[in-house]
Design a protein around this ligand. Sequence first.
Ligand code: 8YV
Length: 316
Amino acid sequence: MRPDILVLGALTSPHMLQQLEAGFTCHHAWRLPAAEQEAFIASVAGKARAVVTNGGLGISRELIAQLPAIEIIAVNGIGVDAVPFDATRARGIAVTNTPGVLTDDVADLGVLLLMAAARRLPWLDSYVRRGDWDAKKPIAPALSLRGKVAGIFGFGRIGQAISHRLAAFGMRLCYYQPNPVAGTDVERVGSLHELAERCDYLVVAAPGGERTRHSIDGSILDALGPTGTLVNIARGSVVDEAALIAALTEGRLGAAALDVFEDEPHVPEALRALPNVVLTPHVASLTVETRQAMGQLVVDNLLAHFAGKPLPTPVA
Ligand code: 8YV
């Protein structure tokens, strides 16, 4: 009998979808309008032996409690901050994620956002579209990246991949995270506050969750200052969004480039109205190749689990 799986997060890889459909009886909650999902989930809850979800969505403690047959939660993403591990541990539920395969694309988007903010790409694009070039309206020059300091908060695989890319642009680098990283030439500074004081671009690549919640608060943004730029490709929860909006609106922070938000997909109107902000809708890993590789890991973990084999990428 094919195991029943409950799919919560949108599946963006057709290849993954095909393989899931071939090996399992899939119940696709994500295809339904939000208002219909609860009743649908309740109707299949008794038989779901696996859940497929994504990094941002995770799974709630309440939903886990609703699933008597659940054995494994396969997260289609690297971040597992939205998975309640006390609940999974208590029930012996396995959790897997997709490490490694998304590092390059997420790092690329981090650099793209940093450069888009530095060179004011959205403003320039609309300048041309609006016909301001024909009208010979003035353009203020941007600032060069060469010689500027990028401070990376969170120096795991993605943070390090961002640093390699930015080094190639002639930027100086430093990082902060609680545990020093071995085997890197990049300097670790003593605190997040010091990192923000030292850098021109503060790039958030730290995991989400309670430990990092609102780490980037008003005092960190003030340390970054009116010429500083915040880039976030990690989790919206790491940044106090209200403090960020206040700092940008009051000119205490120069600019921000954000792929992630506190209450996705809701992006506060105040943020959307600011000209010195670049916004993308949580798409750092959204490329054909990476989503296929992530999807393959999800499928491989599920197949291994139901075949009684070791999981390729379990979360410890
Ligand atoms: C995805 C992510 O957007 O990996 C993560 O933690 O947030 C992203 O790569 C998400 O998991 C969609 O599948």
